[in-house]
Write a protein that binds this ligand. Structure first.
Ligand code: SF4
Length: 373
């Protein structure tokens, strides 16, 4: 379908889960086979509507995220990939829940050139998994990772969480020790947050008392970063660590302002310097596509200098930082005021034409970002 035009990444939001986790703020609904069929029909229309763009682009990565993409049948993923018809060597990632996994499915996905798996582990401490109301055990997560590897997908990322209710150094150390025993290439490390609309948010007054306080939180983060580095995982983005050569190409695109198109309800896109989001409801998404209306529910195109400031803030998440000359060549000139702010910032290391977060900046990125945007 595609030529070798401008680089483009594709994101498919699979909005199905078997159970809603109490901390999750992503759009998802209970999985049903007939909904999967309707979803696929809608995605096909959406892909067809954007056929011209896809044909003129060089598709460089595909990501199936969710929700729970591993709930989908292989046929659904095959149908989508057949339409996109990507080159055989691009990064294609699928998120996998240890609870909803089968070896046969992974083997079939591997045959479709899916070459990267991202497993929602969260913790290797069964007590914390219970608190997070996950349906898998630590043992199950480890077995799934090994099975994925045996099925031939050797580029495996895991999600881990810190600042979990009741988490202490001992528990986290146990989780980090397990990492050493796994054949994985990438780790995404997140802290638990209480997002509006979640069950944890509703009960936050009680739960927040049990969340690690600032000093412990910092200790947990430092423990994780030093353990990962010892094991050969380099921190290449604020919350991402990878073995050499296994940085997520798809995710790097988000931070480097590569164009990407999002399919499925609630999926974001960034295209032609415009950011937009699909409607956060499967039924509405389907109805819009059926009646040839737009699926976009929100869009914004920032004007200069806000666009540059936002790009800078996002790009600074990458630990290597920014080459100012290259950045300006690609995106336009950095406002003098912003450059001055960055030069004087306590969160930034400035070296000739290069800026990057310093130690403090890695810890307080959100403060810096809010100063910039
Ligand atoms: S955390 Fe993952 S499995 Fe849980 S509800 Fe959210 S998307 Fe579904």
């Amino acid at each position: 379908m595609q030529t070798t035009g401008r680089d483009l990444s594709l994101y498919f939001h699979i909005p199905f889960c078997k159970k809603k986790c109490p901390y999750c703020h992503f759009y998802n609904i209970y999985y049903k086979t007939d909904l999967e069929k309707k979803y696929l029909k809608a995605i096909k229309i959406h892909l067809n509507d954007l056929k011209n763009i896809l044909q003129k682009s060089n598709i460089v990565s595909i990501y199936f995220g969710g929700g729970t993409p591993s709930l989908l049948s292989v046929n659904t993923i095959e149908d989508i990939l057949n339409i996109v018809n990507p080159k055989s060597n691009i990064e294609i990632t699928i998120e996998i829940n240890p609870e909803d996994f089968s070896k046969e499915k992974i083997k079939a996905l591997k045959a479709l050139n899916v070459n990267r798996a991202s497993v929602g582990v969260q913790s290797f401490d069964d007590n914390l998994l219970k608190i997070l109301q996950r349906r898998h055990s630590a043992k199950k997560a480890k077995e799934v990772i090994l099975d994925i590897y045996k099925c031939g997908i050797e580029n495996i990322s895991i999600d881990l969480m810190y600042d979990v209710i009741g988490q202490d150094i001992l528990s986290f150390q146990k989780t980090l020790d397990e990492v050493n025993l796994l054949d994985i290439t990438h780790i995404s490390l997140y802290n638990l947050t209480f997002e509006k609309g979640t069950l944890f948010y509703k009960n936050r007054k009680i739960l927040e008392k049990e969340v690690p306080k600032e000093t412990l939180s910092l200790e947990l983060l430092n423990l994780a970063t030093s353990s990962f580095e010892k094991l050969g995982f380099k921190r290449y983005e604020i919350s991402a660590f990878a073995k050499k050569g296994f940085e997520s190409f798809h995710n790097l695109g988000y931070w480097q302002a590569r164009d990407f198109l999002g399919f499925g309800p609630s999926a974001f896109s960034y295209f032609g310097e415009k950011r937009f989001q699909n409607v956060c409801n499967l039924q509405k998404y389907i109805e819009a596509l059926d009646s040839k209306k737009t699926v976009v529910d929100f869009e914004e195109k920032l004007k200069y200098p806000h666009n540059i400031n936002e790009l800078l803030a996002i790009h600074l998440r990458i630990v290597n930082g920014i080459d100012i000359i290259e950045f300006e060549k690609k995106n336009g000139s950095i406002p003098t005021k912003t450059l001055k702010k960055l030069k004087n910032s306590e969160f930034i290391a400035f070296d000739k034409n290069h800026i990057r977060l310093n130690e403090k900046g890695l810890l307080f990125y959100d403060t810096l970002a809010s100063e910039l945007i």
